[in-house]
Design a protein around this ligand. Structure first.
Ligand code: CP
Length: 296
């Protein structure tokens, strides 16, 4: 695989993704005693909050024998003094071998990659893309369903701002699936992204329409991206997966997490709720990605 950076999921062909999944499966069998990246350093620049993405990247790098430096809060860095992304990454390039960046602005990872010669990984740029989430999402589907082709996949919640959905829909162009978009009118999948969808899709507002799907991918309403807080209050409870609804579906229930109220906690006890397994798969897929970018 000739991959220099990971900026958008469209950087990956189906073969690229499946080659990464094979490698991730090997890492899943044994996450211990790897020393391939001894002496290598990962820089993590998180300008937005994160639990899973940052910590699973750090876990992945350390499990590969490497080390990590960076910040989880740009407020403690010279960004606070007005330093640009370009100057920050150019400086970091002297200290590390690979950069992982999360930023509220669309295109921030791409701009970073243009200013350095070391690999850059997009850990989420605004409401735009979250390609490594998609890698772990597809890996989770593959492992549980043994296939992606032929599945009916419902994507439910904030389809306007949900970057995980935008990247997943793009990746699914490599497969033959049927998509169902379930959201309130205000949070529909963006019209500007629709021309890129190669699979058939339907749009609905009622979550009950998702229950006969093979995969139900729930998402959080992205409060932080609303300009008007009253608008958030109006839509925040529009697509909630209650325990009663969840008991009526055999769909594999996924969620990139964090969740707020859109999946009731009782749903966690159902055998088809896989979102914590999904988060765990982030370590193996990110190990595979880091190894591909700087280990080979
Ligand atoms: N799924 C995800 O990106 O989670 P975090 O925001 O906790 O990293």
């Amino acid at each position: 695989m000739m991959l220099k950076n990971c900026i958008a999921i469209s950087d990956f062909s189906r073969e690229d993704m499946e080659s990464l999944f094979s490698k991730a499966l090997e890492f899943e069998k044994s996450t211990e005693n790897h020393s391939k990246l001894r002496g290598k350093i990962m820089g993590v620049l998180f300008y937005e909050p994160s639990t899973r993405t940052r910590l699973s990247f750090e876990s992945a790098m350390k499990r590969l024998g490497g080390s990590v430096l960076g910040f989880a809060d740009a407020g403690v860095s010279s960004v606070k003094k007005g330093e640009s992304i370009a100057d920050t990454v150019r400086t970091l390039e002297s200290y590390v071998d690979i950069i992982v960046i999360r930023h509220p602005l669309e295109g921030a990872a791409k701009v970073s990659a243009e200013h350095v010669d070391i690999p850059v990984i997009n850990a989420g740029d605004g409401g735009h893309e979250h390609p490594t989430q998609t890698l772990l999402d597809l890996y989770t589907i593959m492992k549980n369903k043994n296939k992606v082709d032929g599945l009916e996949i419902a994507l439910c919640g904030d389809l306007k701002y949900g970057r995980t959905v935008h990247s997943l829909v793009s990746a699914l162009n490599n497969y033959n699936v049927k998509l169902k978009f379930i959201s309130p009118e205000e949070l529909k999948f963006p019209n500007k992204l629709k021309p890129r969808i190669k699979n058939d899709y339907e749009e609905h507002s009622n979550i009950e329409k998702a229950l006969d799907s093979d995969v139900l991918y729930m998402t959080r309403i992205q409060k932080e991206r609303f300009a008007d807080p009253t608008e958030y209050e109006r839509v925040k409870d529009s697509t909630v997966l209650t325990y009663d609804l969840a008991k009526r579906t055999n769909a594999m229930i996924m969620h990139p997490l964090p969740r707020v109220d859109e999946v009731q906690y009782e749903v966690d006890s159902l055998s088809n709720a896989v979102y914590f397994e999904q988060a765990k798969n982030g370590v193996y897929t990110r190990m595979a990605l880091i190894d591909t970018l700087i280990g080979e």
